[in-house]
Design a protein around this ligand. Structure first.
Ligand code: UD1
Length: 417
């Protein structure tokens, strides 16, 4: 199992191009099965979650060729409608293949995603919505079986703006008979990227990025080329790394319009932010100020995915910050590890009270999930002495060669296998 070793206390000062967004590339790769054609997807980050998605595609009979950050997916010879347990367990978000497979094959069989490290993550909203489209769903022996003679457009109201459920409905409905509307749809920018990809294929979808999405079913979709949007969560993490070390960072390709909640908070904490077209610059030259309260919310609220890296900032800021995690009930697993590094954090259910310390100290810590692992990297960069982070496999799910980008920006960080 790999680990990262960080000699903390060095100022981050760097400039690089931002990787493509994990949460956009995964549903877009799932969408390639819809058209039975050749697709070229640019700016695919090198992540283990992308490798897992490629494994799912290959298991379905698609041909996938990778040239660095370009993926060619040919779904013309797709010959399976099943995702086995082994692959579903690797990556829960494979559930977004369900809508795409049922639309293409009129049947789908995927293993139940099972429990996950950041919370229960039920899929009831996905299944209820797919049933509304006329898909018959049965659950047995740990598998979800779907069949549909015909998928029919419907008016769907989501009780919660679930990202995955919104994507599954878009995928299932784009070749349905008639019109589907999704009310209370997720508004995350990655939904817009999926809409753009599907429309380029020939789908007729409007409203992505807003609360009501309209999908007019079409008969045929064709192969396309598409460039994945920049990763706003990875951007937030590198901005946090610079802020934690009183440093500076320039992120090329960043879309500031997707990051208002993150950038406003950094600004409130005393960082200087320069929002430019297709890049963001942060400079921090003094101790951070605590933000009063950080509440995670669906987009455009503060993203749950960046809560943990920002808790590492709060741990060294001047004053007290209260975090309220409203999206995933078990997203505080980094807290014990930050406390090992000298952070003063008290947990009470979904609420964490963080009293900023003058400094953190390096320690041996363990990443327990993706973003919590990133929080430990941010903390390690700022801490005095050496921090060793075990379980880099979690970080590698969402951050492309994190140690290379940080080392190029002045950090002393190495990976040990
Ligand atoms: C996606 C992102 C993840 C991000 C999350 C919230 C991807 C691959 N992952 O995950 O990084 O943290 O959005 O922004 O894009 N829920 C239900 N029933 C359902 C579905 C969801 O109760 O059927 C609940 C979940 O338990 C959670 C909330 O809704 O409390 C949000 O989940 P959702 O938006 O679906 O997250 P994901 O799509 O899994």
């Amino acid at each position: 199992m790999g680990r990262l070793v960080i000699e903390g206390g060095r100022r981050i000062d760097g400039e690089f191009a931002l990787q493509g967004a994990k949460n956009a590339v995964l549903p877009i790769l799932a969408a390639t099965v819809l058209n039975g054609g050749k697709n070229i997807v640019y700016n695919c980050p090198e992540l283990s979650d992308v490798s897992s998605t490629i494994e799912v595609l290959e298991n379905l009979g698609c041909k996938v060729v990778r040239h660095q950050n370009i993926l060619e997916v040919d779904s013309s010879d797709m010959n399976s409608h099943t995702i086995p347990e082994r692959l579903m367990r690797k990556m829960r978000s494979s559930i977004i293949f369900l809508g795409a497979i049922i639309a293409r094959c009129k049947k789908a069989c995927v293993s139940m995603p099972g429990g996950c490290e950041i919370g229960q993550r039920p899929i009831d909203l996905h299944l209820k919505a797919l049933r509304a489209l006329g898909i018959e769903i049965t659950e047995s022996h740990g598998y979800i079986n779907c069949v549909a003679d015909k998928i029919t457009g419907a008016d769907i109201h989501l009780d919660f703006p679930s990202v995955g459920a919104t994507e599954n409905i878009m995928l299932a409905a784009c070749t349905a008979d008639g019109i589907t509307t999704i009310e209370n749809a997720a508004r995350e920018p990655e939904i817009m990227d999926l809409q753009n990809f599907l429309n380029r294929m020939g789908a007729r979808i409007s409203g992505g990025g807003g609360s009501v999405i309209r999908i007019e079913g079409v008969k045929k979709l064709s192969g396309v080329e598409h460039t994945i949007m920049p990763d706003r969560i990875v951007a937030g993490t590198y901005l946090a790394a610079a802020a934690a070390t009183k440093g500076q960072i320039i992120l090329n390709g960043a879309d500031c319009t997707h990051m208002s909640a993150i950038l406003n908070l950094l600004s409130d904490m005393g960082c200087r932010i320069y929002r430019e077209e297709a890049r963001v610059i942060l400079t921090a030259n003094r101790r951070l100020l605590a933000a009063a309260t950080v509440k995670t919310m669906p987009y455009p609220g503060f993203p749950t995915d960046i809560q943990s890296p920002f808790m590492a900032l709060a741990a060294i800021a001047d004053g007290t910050t209260i975090f309220i995690e409203n999206i995933f009930e078990n997203r505080y697993q980094h807290v014990d590890e930050l406390v090992r590094m000298g952070a003063d954090i008290r947990l009470d259910g979904r609420c964490a009270v963080v009293v900023g310390a003058e400094r953190l100290t390096g320690a041996n810590v363990v990443a327990k999930e993706l973003r919590g692992g990133a929080a430990l990297v941010v903390a390690g960069l700022a801490a005095d002495g050496i921090t060793t982070i075990e379980n880099t496999k979690y970080i590698d799910r969402g951050y492309e060669r994190i140690e290379d980008y940080l080392a190029l920006s002045g950090a002393k960080i190495t990976r040990k296998e």
